[in-house]
Design a binder for this molecule. Structure first.
Ligand code: GDP
Length: 366
């Protein structure tokens, strides 16, 4: 009997067979689902060289993926595109949150596209995006005008991994964008922590955005950041803030005199502007283009790019070794215990580290 309740015991009760519960997944959907054709390395390379933005975006996603197969494919794509890259100017743009980076990048981008033509890619390095699970930098919605411009490509920061990993992905994305014909690359970064050093290591010109206000802005800014800046620009020079901005500019200029002359031979300049009202933008870009002419003439442009290429080779090795160590199953098992032992004061950090490394090398030999 199908339903036990229909037995004589339950007199007066008649249970009819019901209708089977429908699956919550629409079976037709599965069948008709749009299947994206898997692009081969050749397809991707060809698409990028033609300037196909959809394929470029897909390739950037491959670069950012942590899947080993995707990584392998991405590396092949990059290798094949490398000969077509390099033909651009790369500008790093840094500033603390609220300094006006997105407002400024929107204006800067519109200005260079109008004045110089060509194509612009806006990328970002934001290592904090892994923690916050979402990148703010390089977000399209923050750059309203550029987002609608047909010659701009905006890509938020890759969000996976350490700063080294995030920065490496941005650097690889630069190669893809250049091969796709983007001859101006902006790399946005937050002016806190280490990310501006990483940004500096992949750009031709590093622009630091500052705001004037309290009068002690020089104290809050790290010496290291000023030292790597090729230009310092003071934003929000509008309304009743103009005098303060000019004063801050004078302070920055004075402070810069105490720094050793940069290897480029170029003396960093300090300018005021307003990203919001679009004033002083032309002067900034005249400065950047005169810098580029200056360093192309004196050979520093190529020298800096070669040094960066070397730097990134070592960075890639470091990153690879690091990942290999931490992804090793044996090390993963032992790390937690090692941490406990160190915290309990039973071993010093150095001894614990040495033992982990010894075990790792032993494991590699097997
Ligand atoms: P980000 O966090 O560095 O990207 O800064 P945003 O571009 O989002 O700007 C932060 C705030 O400063 C926003 O409210 C902007 O409207 C404002 N802002 C940006 N540029 C200017 C400017 O040139 N003048 C004034 N008065 N406000 C500005």
């Amino acid at each position: 009997m199908e339903h036990p309740e229909n037995s004589a015991e339950y007199a007066g009760l008649q249970v009819n067979s019901g209708v089977e519960q429908q699956s919550i997944v629409n079976p037709y959907l599965q069948r008709n689902r749009y299947k994206r054709r898997q692009l081969s390395v050749g397809d991707i390379v060809e698409g990028i060289l033609k300037g196909d933005v959809t394929i470029l975006s897909q390739a950037v996603t491959l670069v950012e993926s942590v899947n080993p197969d995707h990584q392998k494919q991405a590396q092949e794509v990059i290798e094949r595109l490398l000969p077509y890259s390099g033909n651009s100017i790369r500008i790093g743009i840094s500033g603390v949150p609220g300094a006006g980076k997105s407002t400024s990048i929107d204006e800067f981008g519109m200005h260079v596209l109008k004045e110089k033509g060509g194509k612009l890619a806006v990328l970002a390095i934001d290592p904090s995006s892994e923690r916050t699970k979402g990148s703010i930098l390089g977000d399209k919605t923050r750059m309203e005008k550029l987002a609608l411009h047909p010659d701009s490509f905006i890509r938020p920061s890759p969000s996976a991994g350490s700063l080294g990993g995030v920065a490496r992905k941005t650097r690889e994305t630069i190669i893809l964008c250049e091969a796709a014909g983007y001859d101006k690359i902006f790399v946005e970064t937050v002016g806190v922590g280490q990310s501006e050093t990483a940004c500096h290591s992949m750009v031709d010109f590093f622009l630091l955005i500052q705001v004037a206000g309290t009068g002690d802005e020089l104290q809050g800014i790290k010496r290291g950041i000023m030292e790597i800046s090729d230009g310092i620009v003071i934003n929000k020079c509008d309304g009743d803030n103009v005098d303060r901005c000019h004063m801050a500019a004078t302070n920055f200029r004075n402070a810069l005199h105490f720094f050793p002359k940069p290897d480029s031979g170029w003396l960093p300049q300090v300018l005021c502007y307003s990203g919001f009202y679009g004033t002083g933008i032309k002067e900034i870009w005249d400065m950047i283009y005169s810098y580029i002419d200056f360093v192309k003439d004196n050979g520093y442009f190529d020298y800096r790019r070669n040094e960066q290429a070397k730097y990134w080779m070592y960075e890639s090795i470091n990153e690879h070794l690091r990942m290999n160590f931490y992804n090793n199953p044996l090390i993963q098992q032992q790390l937690e215990q090692a941490e406990k032992v160190v915290l309990a004061g039973q071993k010093t950090s150095f001894v614990a580290a040495q033992q982990l490394l010894d075990d790792y090398y032993q494991h590699l030999k097997k």
